[in-house]
Design a protein around this ligand. Sequence first.
Ligand code: NAD
Length: 470
Amino acid sequence: MQQTQELELIDSRLEDIFLIQKQQAIKLRNSTASQRIALLKRLLEWINKNQEDIRKAVHADYQKPYPEIDVTEIFPVLIEINHAIKHLEHWMKPKKVGTPLIFLGTKAYVQYEPKGVSLIIAPWNYAFNLAVGPLVSAVAAGCPVIIKPSEMTPHTSALLRRMMAEIFDTHTVEVIEGGVEISQMLLSKPFDHIFFTGSPAVGKIVMKAAAEHLTSVTLELGGKSPVLILDDADLKDTADKITATKFLNCGQTCIAPDYILIPERLKDAFVEEMKKSIEKMYGSNKNGIEGSKDYSRIVNESHFKRIQHILSDANLKGAKIEFGGNSNGQENYIEPTILSHVTWEMKVLQEEIFGPILPVVTYDNLDGAIMIVNQQPKPLAFYVFSKNYKKINAIFNETSSGAALANDCAVHFLHRELPFGGVNNSGLGKSHGHFGFLAFSNEKAVLKQRVGSAAVNPLFPPFTLVKKKL
Ligand code: NAD
């Protein structure tokens, strides 16, 4: 009973915030580029001044190494802000369109108006970056925002709350902390846009809730991003790039390489190169990988157990551990682990791994490997390693994915001229730079007719005019 009353109280508080933001949205609708740039500069200044606090908060959640926080949490947000500041005036300018014959004498253009009150629901794995990154786009577009960070990263959530209170007035940006219940309460409100980053399963819940109000959504989801290695690939270069991006954040990255497809005859050589890369990047101190200052931990016990379960399922069904396999439950530490002899009956190939386990699948012919990729849900990213760019082009044309990279993994996240996002199961809509600005903007069609032009209006009967023009 008491809990119900508490929830009702929270809901009515959320309703109040929502209604105030509705008013704020009307005020912001006419905001100029320089007013929005001023807000972005305040955001930039706050981050630059409080870098140490950001590092401390993110690290406190699950021991993400400081240098990794700099590169994957702070740096991408800084480039997002700087890019928006540089281009916002141009993005906001109405875009002229051509004039078809029957519209001679009219003026027509696309105007970018802010969608309005927006909800950003963030995940835990890049808890700072994936809350503030979309916020930059929302502020650039002129929208008030409610941010709902993940309940799994309480230190970062508290920092975000303090950060937003210090930068924005409460009507413009609010941080609402809480778990599933709070998230669902928020989702019941008629937002003008919802930007969700998280799992495909929760993405479906978000989309259903949004459908109630016909709210537009951007869904940045996850899934299994494959790596296809061709027979001419440079195995050392390939292994270095896969190691760096697979074990970053302990494998808890949406665009991490999820599984490898490699010609059978190259498997052993590839595994050897992977071992060397892992040792080189994480194993050079006296306490081994567990003592590496550059290696993160699993976010919590429940995810630790989930990944252990994936590993024991693979073991039971006959997978071979080529490297790693060790863990320390006290610390939620799981060693970088490479598996071979894996089959599609194993969880490791059925579920998004989201941990430091890398299954290696072998293939006999390239067509069969491409068929495997096409039989799976469309991935967030697809990585191909080869020196033959003609073949790479053909493979990109035969497959569908949110992003396609040749001879690298995950770096497209930092490229602000490229859209970031998935397709179907891996997402809907795009983020970053101009694409993020568009996600929070309504592209309004504006047409200005001449006064007294009724005589040439094609919609006036009798329809002789249109007939003549056809
Ligand atoms: P999640 O879907 O469990 O949670 C994301 C957010 O949704 C959290 O804020 C959580 O509180 C909320 N939530 C959870 N269950 C909910 C429910 N039933 N109703 C309403 N809200 C709910 O995801 P996660 O575990 O935080 O993050 C991991 C997933 O996110 C992985 O699938 C990963 O691939 C994906 N991801 C995608 C991107 C991307 O940019 N595409 C980036 C990071 C993570």
